[in-house]
Ligand binder design. Structure first.
Ligand SMILES: Cc1cc2nc3c(=O)[nH]c(=O)nc-3n(C[C@H](O)[C@H](O)[C@H](O)COP(=O)(O)O)c2cc1C
Length: 405
């Protein structure tokens, strides 16, 4: 550790540290606002969105089994709910992207009846509408005809062996109010399961518009997932991965402050993702305003990823990110499921030890003042000084609300 280099970060321990046995080793957060009839009690660490298609069937299955063993959730990614997400009974967050896979009409738009069928599955605990992801925000995707097998086509509700496009934005709405009304449709048609949206922060004013629309319509998402520009993907143009999208910590501080400023935070949980691997990363992210976190690539590594960087060539040598049957055969689901569960368990055990050392017992007691950052050789700031917290309701000044109407 280069402790005198700019960017080094650490937490302050307390002379009055708690025993880690006093801290809950698997803390949970309840997600679901006033309009939600089936709130979800979530672990603070879950598997971030990765589709069957970008991951192999065995990798999906191992992650799901790990989630079941460890009592946490797996996000399906935008490729829909596959049989491999269901066979082991782990909790699912079903992600609905711009391709509406799993609830897709013939013209590529949203199909409510298809949505109702998938969402009614008891393993689907929450629904995440994907607006953007950090690795390629504002960029759609294409499922090439040769990868669009009979099996994938059935899961995604598309024609097999045809090119299928996911557009860069949604066809079901085109405004902040439209987004919220769509969220209401998704929630009401799911029997009241929690519904949220995922975004990588782009233009600040577009997020502010959504907050103003929440106040105007009274419709709120149950959660917002903030992904960082540093996020990963199976495939994206390198310029998008490197140079578009607000990094997670900046985006998270902004989303948290904006919700606090409009007095909306009390109703909405924040999930964050972006290179979260260790218990310190979790603590830092919760201190900055998240209620819980997701991890994609650390979960891939627990599943056997050796960072061969071949996710987009179908040649992943360990069978994690490929559809090549010969390569997938080498991935042992039972073994990897245990590793996924162990990674989750050990990371949260370390997290409990870490917060106990700072003298607190619950994740929600973490504040920005707990995290220090060296900003030059002779200067150290804590996160509150770097990302000052907005006063509750401070953005609800009369002229702000007037300008909405
Ligand atoms: C192989 C792979 C596939 C992904 N697929 C999706 C996806 O379908 N939908 C999505 O919102 N994000 C997707 N992501 C992004 C992750 O869910 C996550 O937001 C991002 O990688 C940041 O988390 P990490 O740094 O822990 O990997 C994918 C990431 C990877 C590595």
């Amino acid at each position: 550790m280069k402790v005198y280099s700019t960017g080094y970060e650490w937490m302050d321990h307390s002379m009055y540290a708690c025993a880690d046995s006093e801290v809950d080793h698997s803390p949970r957060v309840t997600i679901g606002g006033a309009d939600c009839k089936q709130p979800y009690s979530s672990s603070i660490l879950n598997i971030s969105a990765m589709s069957f298609g970008s991951l192999s069937n065995r990798a999906v299955s191992a992650m799901n089994k790990g989630a079941k063993l460890g009592g946490f959730a797996q996000n399906t990614g935008e490729g829909g709910v596959s049989p491999y997400h269901l066979e082991n009974g782990g909790d699912l967050i079903w992600q609905v992207g711009t391709g509406y896979f799993g609830c897709r009409a013939k013209d590529g738009g949203f199909d409510l009846e298809g949505y109702k069928r998938t969402v009614s599955h008891e393993n689907v605990k929450m629904i995440e509408l994907k607006l953007s992801q950090g690795a390629k925000p504002g960029h759609g995707g294409i499922l090439p005809a040769k990868k669009n097998t009979e099996e994938i086509a059935k899961i995604r509700h598309v024609e097999p062996f045809t090119d299928v496009h996911s557009p860069p934005s949604h066809s079901a709405f085109n405004s902040a109010e439209g987004l919220l009304k769509f969220i209401k449709v998704l929630r009401d048609s799911s029997g009241g399961k929690p519904v949220g949206f995922k975004l990588c922060v782009g233009k600040d004013e577009e997020f502010i518009d959504i907050c103003k629309a929440m106040i105007k319509t009274g419709i709120k998402p149950d959660f917002i997932t903030v992904d960082g520009g540093e996020g990963g993907t199976g495939a994206a143009p390198v310029e998008f991965s490197n140079s578009i999208g607000t990094p997670m910590r900046d985006g998270l501080a902004f989303v948290s402050n904006t919700l606090i400023g409009y007095d909306l935070k009390k109703d909405i949980k924040i999930i964050a993702s972006g290179k979260i691997i260790s218990s310190f990363h979790i603590a830092r992210t919760i201190a900055l305003g998240a209620d819980l976190v997701n991890s994609a690539r650390a979960m891939m590594m627990a599943t056997g990823c050796i960072q061969a960087l071949q996710c987009n060539t179908n040649t992943c040598p360990v069978g994690v990110a490929t559809q090549d049957k010969g390569l997938i055969k080498g991935l042992n689901v039972e073994d990897k499921a245990k590793r996924v569960a162990n990674y989750h368990f050990e990371t949260l055990k370390n997290f409990a030890e870490l917060i106990a050392a700072t003298g607190i017992l619950k994740p929600e007691e973490l504040t920005k003042e707990h995290i220090n950052r060296r900003v030059s050789y002779s200067n150290v700031l804590n996160y509150e000084e770097i990302f000052p917290t907005t006063e509750v309701g401070s953005l609800l000044k009369k002229e702000t609300v007037d300008s909405v109407e």
